[in-house]
Design a protein around this ligand. Structure first.
Ligand SMILES: *Cc1c(COP(=O)(O)O)cnc(C)c1O
Length: 418
């Protein structure tokens, strides 16, 4: 979104205020041009013979977004059999989908096998059971390289106490299981979690994975997961994808030479692909001045947008109703009966009740984490593509809220007249 004279516009000149008028508020809007730009950047950064980028669709799982990725040539990274199912429905070839669950049942993995997708296993118990049940289905093994990515314990999943992956110290057990069951290992994988700031950390994890890869003679791919960071505020460090790409490609190509085969290099970015493409619009209901603070209370809350509260994430906030004006400070809060602060002491142009604000970087882990808490409807989603806006999810209504509720025939008797 850029400021064009006196108004904010999305790509193709689309006016967000018009979208709000048409589709209501609060509203999620995604700009496909930004998703395409990010995909191309990553694709161009990796200079290898065989590359597959598997979009981690838990970040933003609307089927239209999945179709956009399919059109760009992307694969899909999925963490539940429901995501697998949506991916198939979006037209992905099953072999372009990888199923990377954690702590799911063998039954769920069996369902994924029936879909024909790639299977990634992250614990030795399931590996053994899987090997006995499906010795002929090739698998990928998720390794925990024990590195700490970023400082956030909620998003770092590759450290020693993490529940994810098989510790690389357990490789003797993995080999014993593979030998005993006759399993074919076609890939090795690591995913260290979000927020990789330092290519060095990423490369040292990669080194561990490559060492393990050497021990498996029949590999087809090596999957380095994700963890690519994007900038949320000015001055934020984002993963230098061009630098990282050139270094990892060089290392990977050298490895393939030693291994004697052109393996496929895989990544599974979520946030990097869609974060910046998303905008979340809300309306200011109340300006409330207390003794210490000026609050701007909006028609949304942690039910629609939980990242600031759950991860302490910073999301830039803009007053789009008044692009020009004097700057004031506001603490932007939601309408949920919990502390749901979007941003503390944020400077923006003077807000009035009824104004619309935009929260930026709302593409990844925003709508997909939305709930119906406080019996609120989840918002509509709009995709802006080549200058056109498309409604890709309707706002919920009371029928949606009640659809799965069953009114048991016990409380409906007519009250007795006294
Ligand atoms: C969530 C997830 C990703 C995507 O992580 P981002 O930080 O959004 O890029 C990739 N791989 C796996 C296995 C995941 O669970």
């Amino acid at each position: 979104m850029v400021l064009d004279n006196d108004r904010y516009v999305l790509s193709g000149g689309v006016d967000p205020l018009q979208l709000i008028e048409e589709y209501g508020c609060p509203l999620y809007v995604y700009d496909s041009a930004i998703i395409q730009r990010q995909y191309k950047r990553m694709e161009n950064a990796m200079k290898v013979k065989r590359l597959q980028l598997n979009y981690a669709c838990k970040a933003l799982s609307n089927i239209n977004i999945l179709k956009l990725f399919r059109k760009m040539g992307s694969g899909l990274d999925t963490v539940s059999v429901q995501e697998v199912s949506i991916g198939i429905r979006a037209g992905f070839d099953p072999q372009d989908i990888i199923f990377t669950p954690n702590c799911v049942s063998l039954e769920e993995i069996e369902e994924a096998v029936e879909y024909g997708v790639k299977i990634n296993i992250d614990n030795t118990s399931i590996l053994e059971q899987f090997g006995q049940a499906f010795p002929d289905t090739p698998v990928c093994i998720r390794i925990n390289p024990h590195i700490m990515a970023g400082a956030n314990a909620k998003t770092s999943v590759g450290h020693i106490d993490s529940k994810f992956g098989i510790s690389f110290h357990q490789m003797p057990l993995v080999h014993r299981i593979v030998e005993a069951t006759g399993l074919k290992v076609e890939g090795v994988h690591m995913h260290t979690g979000s927020d990789i700031l330092d290519p060095e950390v990423f490369l040292s994890g990669a080194e561990i994975l490559l060492n393990i890869a050497k021990e498996f003679p029949d590999l087809d791919y090596i999957d380095f997961g994700s963890g690519f960071k994007v900038a949320y505020k000015p001055g934020d460090v984002e993963t230098d994808i061009e630098e990282l790409g050139s270094r990892i490609s060089e290392r990977f190509n050298k490895f393939c030479e030693e291994y004697g085969k052109d393996l496929k290099l895989m990544f599974e970015p979520g946030k990097f692909m869609v974060s910046e493409a998303g905008y979340f619009f809300a309306q200011v209901n109340v300006i409330k001045q207390t003794t210490s603070t000026v609050f701007a209370g909006v028609d949304s809350g942690l039910n629609h947008f939980i990242r600031p509260m759950f991860y302490n994430a910073y999301h830039k906030i803009t007053n789009i109703s008044r692009p020009k004006g004097k700057a004031r400070f506001y603490t932007v809060v939601g309408y949920i009966c919990e502390t749901d602060t979007f941003g503390i002491n944020r400077q923006m142009t003077e807000l009035q009740e009824g104004d619309f604000i935009c929260m930026h970087n709302a593409g990844a882990y925003c709508f997909s984490m939305a709930s119906n808490y406080n019996s609120r409807y989840r918002p509509a989603e709009v995709l802006v593509h080549e200058g056109q806006a498309y409604l890709i999810r309707k706002r919920e209504n009371m029928e949606d809220l009640l659809r799965t509720q069953v009114e048991a025939p016990i409380f409906d008797e007519v009250p007795a007249v006294k």
